[in-house]
Ligand binder design. Sequence first.
Ligand code: UDX
Ligand code: UDX
Length: 459
Amino acid sequence: MSDGMKVVVVGAGYVGLTTGSVLADFGHSVTCVESNQEKLRLLSSGSVPIHEPGLDELVKKNVEEGRLSFSGSLSAALADCDVAMIAVGTPSLPDGSADLSSVWSVVDQIASSATRELLVVMKSTVPVGTTDEVARRLNAAVSQDQGLTGGVATPGMGQGTAPRFHVASCPEFLREGKALIDLVHPDRIVVGCDSNRAAQLLRQLFAPIDAPVLIVDRRSAEMIKYASNAFLATKISFINEVATLCELLGADVHAVAQGMGLDSRIGQKFLQAGVGYGGSCFPKDTRALLHMAKQAGYDFRIVRSTIEVNERLPLRVIEKLEGFLGSLSGRRIALLGLAFKPETDDVREAPAIFVSRHLLERGASVVGYDPVASGTFHAEVPRVEIAANAHQALQDADALVLMTEWDEFRSLDLEEARRLMKTPIIVDGRNLFDPSAARKAGFRYTGFGRGADRDKEGR
Ligand code: UDX
Ligand code: UDX
């Protein structure tokens, strides 16, 4: 256990709640501040409003042991705290830029509520330069308090009780569904700050973690986050373009990815071809990086292509279905998996949302099943019928479209599925099934890059 600090985490979402719970488990005293009253009610009554493996138990344990609490009032929570961590949403605006309205609202509340030395940690993903601006605003607030005019005050050195702000960027690298593992065993901790004091406080905060700590300037820390996510997204779009070419040339992208990944400079991870990336990060962060570059007068061509390739993939599901069925009007299409990836209930920018909308636009009826995300998905696309299980979804369906590679679908009985369905067609959006097993069970099968689309011509 590290010598405990008093920590406020603002925003009890996928990032804030997981991070706050782990910090509490490290021995710190953590208050998660949440503005959404429904979420706050659930948390205060001991429920966890998101699906993240292990989180329920971790929250329960630390609440019971008195190290974790929840509040709706930031000013009250900030009283005599050592660290204020900002983990509020920074979603995309229509022009692709990050919506920072929540960040600025929290910064203004911190400026007016803090009473002593405080480390402000930016955990939310924010455009390069934002955390410098946070430092400027907090210092400006202090100099106003002290009635100082002209140059930047040296907070905490004035006559009054003005707080001394240390501001750091500390981007998160959490994968949903693996957030607790990524928090306790990260590949690295990136800290962007401009004072030894801030670095010292952050080392104290994360003391129990055994990982390299990289101390850089704030702008570089912010850029590490965007560049990392954009690179991972690019790796995915790259293998998805290779998959498209594999179909045209009769190669198997599964074998190609294996061969590529054995090169230690490439690595096996993030070479899984399919219907593309979704979630609350890759789509948002690639758009924000492209916008940032454009604002700086640079056309970031590779990231623009990464986005374009990814945005076109849901339509490839439609093209594959039309290749089998012709017009989709009046057809019943079953989607297995609705979350943007397995082990989460998060459907933000899930490919299943875009595929469903394309199908509904073409007059098809859509039924979907997901072990965890059916509820959150139905809220996004109410016209999709929700089934209680895979078999119910497949009943009388004209096609099975595999959208999320949940483990339970790996053991789907394909013979049984064939008997339930009206037309034996599989479009495998995550290359989950074995093509020969599917064909042996009587299906016409297509994946993404699994050799030539032989079945399309009905051969
Ligand atoms: C968020 C950012 O969106 C992401 O860019 C960053 O990388 C990590 O933090 P996430 O936790 O997934 O990611 O966001 P979300 O699940 O939307 O949680 C944000 C929480 O903050 C929500 O519960 C929201 O109600 C809360 N919030 C938002 C506040 O408590 N106060 C606010 O002023 C605004
Ligand atoms: C990602 C980053 O991995 C994480 O470091 C960052 O902090 C937040 O964004 P996350 O979005 O939770 O995490 O999920 P991830 O496991 O990265 O998958 C993102 C998307 O890419 C999913 O839709 C997934 O289906 C897709 N994906 C992933 C592929 O299509 N192919 C792959 O090989 C890997």
